[in-house]
Design a protein around this ligand. Structure first.
Ligand SMILES: Nc1ncnc2c1ncn2[C@@H]1O[C@H](COP(=O)(O)OP(=O)(O)O)[C@@H](O)[C@H]1O
Ligand SMILES: [Mg+2]
Length: 415
């Protein structure tokens, strides 16, 4: 079967060379038992690839099971995948076959594979390498012959670096990679997909299909589509149902497109991933510099208030006075005080005793403590996202890995 036939049979729309390449690879590896890892942003159409592979293989008459690893609770996923024996955990009233047993001779699609908990990753690696597994609560080794296709929209290298995903398992799953392009990288297909969905929804809702003006087509093709084909499909459905006019102009269309700045945080965090460490270093540098400057000003003030024992000439006094008035108007970061600073009169060199104003200023510690601020922000972010570190990290603009480190460092693990 060639790419064109596969597209027709599976209802896959598009002529982008990147899409064609992905389909070619799928066709080539289908008859083998090689593991395939499908990557691509959310909504790029990853779910069709394992189906193509299964249908074009000798396994097509056996089971095809799609498992969304991100949707199964951590406590039951081992039992779902590998089965369990009666009484192996609370509520296990009978024994049960897992997907790896049911799909013997067939194909399992592990969607969102990066979400698999560690202990499941260990079991999965074993079944991939030896074809053997053990039901939860059992000690009997069971043999199975399953072909695995996995998919993810995560950056797997990042997941490995942060200790979330086993490197050996990644290489085992990724024997052949298939990468699906983001919709913004296949602009030539956007209008094509629009028309296909417009006709589908016209059928579904029994009304004429919506169509776009030329200007609207331009807008459609230039939009960034952070949610890819899924977002486009939803948009066409909304237009079909909500708009009374069947001709959509660029203004109507624009009102359905979220502004590019409203991207979902996860995409932003991925895009900026490389810049994190550099940005963090930069911040640290700036804060250190600010601290130095503050120390310097403090020193000058000390000299000023405690006296240096040598008479100053008119020029020197003027310089100091200027510095003084600047501090009074703009404040001094570590000495910000509502109380007025003493003024220097001509030729007056020392304000004999240390000025009380500067002795104990409460804000002194706080404004210098980057650490306290950081801790406070991290706490807030974790609370806001109810402990979901992924989202807290995205909001803080740091990597998940850095967040883990900081949680440890600040003892915030209880949040
Ligand atoms: N090439 C395509 N032609 C037509 N529809 C597509 C195509 N790719 C994806 N879709 C549709 O877009 C939606 C999202 O695809 P899906 O495979 O669920 O994305 P992913 O798993 O990558 O997030 C589905 O409704 C799917 O049918
Ligand atoms: Mg999906």
């Amino acid at each position: 079967m060639n790419v064109l036939q596969v597209k027709q049979r599976f209802g896959i729309i598009g002529n982008s060379p990147l899409l064609n390449r992905g389909l070619e690879v799928a066709i080539q590896v289908a008859p083998t038992d090689i593991s395939v890892l499908v990557t691509g942003e959310s909504g790029t159409g990853k779910e069709i690839i394992p189906q193509v592979i299964h249908q074009l293989s000798a396994r097509k008459h056996k089971e095809y099971i799609a498992v969304n690893c991100g949707a199964i609770p951590e406590g039951t996923i081992d039992s779902e995948l590998f089965g369990h024996e009666k009484g192996s955990f609370t509520g296990a009233s009978g024994s049960r076959q897992g997907y790896f047993e049911v799909a013997n001779g067939g194909t399992i699609f592990l969607d969102e594979v990066a979400e698999l908990p560690m202990q499941t990753q260990v079991r999965l690696l074993r079944v991939l390498e030896t074809g053997e597994f053990i039901r939860v609560g059992s000690s009997k080794v069971i043999k199975t012959n399953v072909r695995v296709v996995a998919a993810t929209n995560e950056n797997m290298h990042q997941a490995i670096a942060s200790g979330k995903f086993r490197e050996d398992l990644y290489y085992r799953l990724n024997t052949v990679p298939i990468q699906l392009p983001a919709l913004r990288n296949r602009q030539e297909d956007i209008h094509l997909l629009f028309r296909k969905f417009a006709h589908d929804f016209a059928d579904k809702y029994r009304m004429p299909a919506v169509k776009l003006t030329d200007e609207a087509v331009i807008l459609l093709s230039q939009y960034s589509w952070p949610g890819n084909i899924r977002q486009l499909k939803n948009l066409v459905e909304q237009l079909s149902v909500i708009e009374t006019s069947r001709e959509i102009d660029e203004y109507m269309l624009a009102s359905y497109l979220p502004k590019p700045t409203e991207k979902v945080p996860i995409l932003q965090s991925q895009a900026n991933a490389e810049n994190f460490s550099e940005r963090e270093l930069m911040y640290k540098f700036l804060f250190d510099m600010k601290k130095d400057l503050t120390d310097l000003k403090k020193l000058v003030l000390e000299v000023l208030t405690q006296g240096i024992g040598v008479p100053l000439n008119a020029d020197q006094t003027e310089v100091l006075n200027r510095f003084y008035s600047e501090v009074q108007t703009n404040g001094l970061s570590s000495y910000e005080t509502s109380r007025a600073l003493p003024t220097l009169s001509d030729h007056q060199i020392s304000i004999t005793k240390p000025v009380d104003n500067f002795e104990h200023h409460e804000e002194f510690e706080e404004s210098l403590s980057l650490e306290d601020r950081e801790k406070e922000l991290i706490k807030k972010a974790l609370e806001k996202h109810r402990g979901k570190r992924k989202y807290a990290a995205a909001e803080l603009g740091i990597s998940e890995r850095t967040l883990y480190r900081k949680i440890k460092e600040f003892n915030l693990g209880f949040l």
